[in-house]
Write a protein that binds this ligand. Structure first.
Ligand SMILES: [Zn+2]
Length: 381
């Protein structure tokens, strides 16, 4: 029932509209109009004032058709990473790529196109379905800003899908929670040649702290990294300040806290080591911990996962249920009580100019989603 020509045309049209994060105005206007053509009631929320995007998140509602179940959420994001300006999608031998040096933007326009196609088929074929809540977020690629500022109180969906992972035939039911870390180490400046005795090097404090830190893969659930370090002013000054940026991710909230505490305590210990001298009371470290995104963990026996597995079996498609290494809008939906899976759309090599998606995959994921919605419909009535 999926119309591949229509699906490809929709994808190509949207891919050709550049929409790097914060510049979602044009794609939002296009999609707003398309959703109204499909009979949805469409709103944009007020998140733009906070996110700085040209548009709010789009929330579109389609009433149920002969169905009494709770609303189903379908979501994808409007923005892409850069470079995106002048994007030109190219279809050759059944594969969409970008003609130039930009990303293709299949992340995440493939997901948007699949949602539009499913809605179109439900309506044209008059297939019974629950109420649909379609949410298209802005600024996903710059820290999930759209979904973090979404007013979840306006949503009634209790379960659903985000379409925003790469590959095909996979769905993520869990994803880590994460903290961003900012460490500011204060040493004491002095002239490196004339008065080194009165200096305390913030670089040495940082070095000692980092030397004792567990980093990389901590255990099966947790990873940690220090990604940026800045400090010092000149080779003849004992440096009095270093700033380090890092992160921790974990599939357990306890693991996240434990590793975050460990990293802070390593730096505190290093400070104590170098500031034992009471002449240097101002030496110290400030650990800023920014909660980045919450844990996602859809239970193995969730009805939405059951419906998806059934749909895959009906269509003879392989389905691998796994973990995602990073956060997505699905983390936020789950944290707000909407049991949400993150379904792979078929996109590949995302965030590079070699990004591509096969037409066959664009189509098979749309077919899977459609079958799943039908499955939810038939099990609920
Ligand atoms: Zn994405």
């Amino acid at each position: 029932m999926i119309d591949t020509t229509r699906l490809c045309a929709e994808f190509e049209t949207m891919a050709a509209i550049a929409s790097p994060s914060f510049h979602e105005g044009e794609i939002a206007a296009y999609l707003h109009a398309r959703l109204e053509q499909l009979g949805a009631s469409v709103e944009r929320d007020s998140s733009a004032a906070v996110t700085g995007s040209e548009s709010g998140n789009i929330i579109a509602r389609i009433p149920a058709d002969r169905h009494e179940g709770p609303p189903l959420l379908l979501s994808a994001h409007l923005d892409t990473v850069s470079p995106a300006q002048g994007v030109e999608p190219l279809l050759q031998a059944g594969v969409f790529t970008s003609a130039g040096d930009t990303v293709l933007g299949a992340d995440d326009k493939s997901g948007i196109a699949q949602i539009l196609e499913v809605v179109t088929v439900l309506q044209r074929e008059s297939i019974p379905h629950p109420p649909l809540e379609l949410v298209f977020t802005v600024c996903e690629e710059v820290g999930l800003l759209g979904s973090k500022n979404l007013d979840f109180a306006t949503l009634n969906a209790r379960h659903g899908f985000v379409l925003d992972t790469s590959g095909v035939g996979t769905v993520a039911r869990s994803a880590p929670c994460a903290n961003k870390l900012k460490f500011r180490i204060r040493g004491r400046a002095s002239h490196a040649g004339l008065d080194p005795e009165h200096g305390i090097s913030a670089i040495r404090i940082a070095a000692r702290g980092i030397e004792h830190m567990r980093l990389g893969r901590i255990d099966a659930d947790t990873t940690a990294n220090l990604g940026v370090i800045h400090g010092g002013q000149a080779s003849n000054i004992v440096p009095d300040a270093v700033e380090i940026l890092g992160e921790v991710r974990s599939f357990s909230e306890e693991g996240l806290k434990h590793q975050t505490d460990h990293m802070c305590s390593c730096l505190h210990a290093a400070v104590r080591h170098y500031s034992a001298n009471p002449d240097f009371p101002k030496v110290g470290v400030e650990c800023e911990i920014i909660a980045d995104y919450p844990l996602m963990n859809v239970p193995e026996d969730a009805p939405i996962l059951y419906a998806l597995r059934n749909a895959a079996a009906t269509l003879g498609q392989q389905l691998e249920v796994g973990r995602s290494g990073g956060g997505s809008d699905a983390n936020l939906f789950n944290a707000h009580g909407i049991v949400t899976l993150n379904l792979a759309t078929g996109m590949n090599k995302v965030h590079t100019s070699s990004e591509y998606i096969r037409v066959a995959d664009l189509e098979s994921v749309a077919a899977l989603l459609l079958e799943c919605v039908r499955n939810i419909s038939s099990t609920a009535t």
